[in-house]
Structures are given as C-alpha cells and as structure tokens.
Design a protein around this ligand. Structure first.
Ligand SMILES: NC(=O)c1ccc[n+]([C@@H]2O[C@H](COP(=O)([O-])OP(=O)(O)OC[C@H]3O[C@@H](n4cnc5c(N)ncnc54)[C@H](O)[C@@H]3O)[C@@H](O)[C@H]2O)c1
Length: 250
C-alpha cells in the first residue's frame, strides 16, 4: 500500500488509458500525483475520481501539451507549489500513426515526433532540476515494443519510440550521479483508447503473434511503472522493461 509513500509524481497523458491507470495505482501506493494532458475535461474527471476514492486531494489536473516548454515549466511548478516537490516523472503521453515511410505526410511525421520524442526530452529537461532539489528521483519513459522491433508500417511511431529508448539510456548515464534513475517501458498491445481505435482485423494478427495471445489491461503496465518509480528499483537505471506477453521473445 505504501510503495510510493511521500513521493510526488507528474504523469503526462494521464487523462485516460495507461496514464490514468498509473495515476490511480500511484495514489493507492501513497503518492500524490499531478496529471497533465491536453484533454482538460477528461483530466479533471480522472483527478476527481481518484480524489473521491482516496478521500483526500491526492491528485491534481493540469493542462499539459508535452510539445510546449511553457506547459512543462508550469506543470513542474505546480508539483512544487501544491505538493512540495517532484520525485517521479512518467513520460506517458503519446500518439500513434499507421503509415509506412512513403505513406506518412510531413505533417504527420512532425506531429508524432513532436509528441512522442520531443515531449519526452522536454519533460526530462524540466523535471530534472526539481528532482535534484529532492536529492534524486525516478523517470519512467513509456516507449513501446515498436521502439525495439519493426512492423512494416507506423514509420514515425517506430522512429519516435526507438528514440525514446536511446534517449532514456543516455539520460540514465548523464544523471546517475544525481541519483536520478531513468528507465523505459515497452508495452505490447494494451487495451486503451489508442488501441480501441484499431479494428479487430488490424489487431488480431498482432495479438496472435504474442505467446500469451491476449491484450493486456492498462494496470498490467501500471504495476511495472510503480516498481520502476519506487525505491524497490533503487539499482535499476538505463533498463528497458518489456511488457508484451512475450511478443518480442519469439
Ligand atoms: N495501447 C497500446 O497498445 C500501447 C502499446 C505500446 C505503447 N503505448 C504507449 O503508451 C502510452 C500511453 O498510451 P495509451 O495506450 O494509454 O493511449 P491513450 O491514447 O489512451 O492515451 C494517451 C494519452 O496521451 C495524451 N496526449 C496525446 N497528445 C498529447 C500531448 N501533446 N500532450 C499531452 N498529452 C497528450 C492523450 O490525450 C491521451 O490521454 C503512449 O506513449 C503510447 O504510445 C501504447
């Protein structure tokens, strides 16, 4: 119950899906959480639901477009002003695309790279100074199995998630001396609005390729994020945690 007791977390893309699941699990483990997303109404609703269940103001909603430095600065300031500091950053916000190299427009490329790749860099850039003031911290960057392997489509998504994987290792090396751990998580097919947008025909072959032959619930990734965020993972940095029912083991 107290695996994150006393810690303050900032979760991007936390209005729904995996980010919302992580916010719920974090508060259940004793953390206070600032949830940032572009979906303001959904973010507020998620924070309200968490607070009613917790019986205390453990979650706060902020507007955060991860591509905007000013939004990140304000979100980190909210963590410090409202909850006293920042210990954990979950760079979870992300958008998908399906087009291959030739089928991806320049606009689509820029949009996916901006959210999935630049957003993760900006989050770390603004979170690290606040974590230093606390004497350390944990950053969890949500990549994907598509950051490790190719699929023949989703060119911008693969490029962005592969970049997150290496940016994570680079930051882990850079900030080890500051006691800030940086790890990446690589989910397979997780049942969230992102995946619910795909048709059963698109999804089934991907599900069939994983030895466990099923999709996962967001909490199955969330518990892995809890572990990496907590002091239980005190010697884990620069690691990539695959959560994919064996998809990439084949
Ligand atoms: N669902 C899957 O199967 C799957 C698999 C591998 C990796 N992922 C990754 O997991 C993460 C969470 O995705 P999810 O499955 O919960 O999907 P989701 O679409 O339910 O949630 C993504 C959230 O990110 C938010 N977001 C999008 N653009 C944003 C921006 N510019 N600024 C702030 N927030 C923004 C969305 O509003 C949404 O709330 C993403 O990084 C995604 O790429 C998902």
């Amino acid at each position: 119950m107290d695996r994150l007791k006393g810690k303050v977390a900032l979760i991007s893309g936390g209005a729904r899906g995996q980010g919302a699941a992580e916010a719920r699990l974090f508060v259940g483990e004793g953390a206070r959480v600032v949830i940032g997303d572009v979906l303001d109404a959904e973010t507020a609703k998620t924070a309200d639901q968490i607070n009613s269940k917790a019986g205390t103001r453990a979650a706060m909603a902020v507007h955060l477009d991860v591509t905007r430095a000013a939004d990140w600065r304000a979100a980190v300031e909210t963590c410090t002003r409202e909850f006293g500091g920042l210990d954990i950053l979950v760079n979870n916000a992300g958008i998908a695309n399906s087009g291959g190299v030739e089928d991806t427009s320049e606009e689509e490329w820029d949009s996916v790279i901006n959210v999935n790749q630049k957003g993760v860099w900006l989050g770390m850039k603004f979170a690290v100074p606040a974590m230093r003031k606390r004497g350390g911290g944990s950053i969890v960057n949500i990549s994907s199995i598509y950051g490790i392997i190719g699929s023949g489509g989703s060119a911008a998504y693969h490029a962005s998630k592969g970049a997150v994987r290496l940016l994570t290792k680079s930051a882990a090396v850079q900030y080890a001396g500051d006691k800030i751990r940086v790890n990446s998580v690589h989910p397979g097919v997780i049942l969230t609005p992102m995946v619910e947008m795909a048709s059963r025909e698109q999804l089934q072959p991907v599900i069939d390729m994983a030895p466990m032959k099923r999709v996962a619930q967001p909490e199955e990734v969330g518990w892995c994020v809890v572990f990496l965020a907590s002091d239980e993972a005190s010697f884990v940095t620069g690691a990539e945690l695959v959560v994919d029912g064996g998809y990439t083991a084949v």
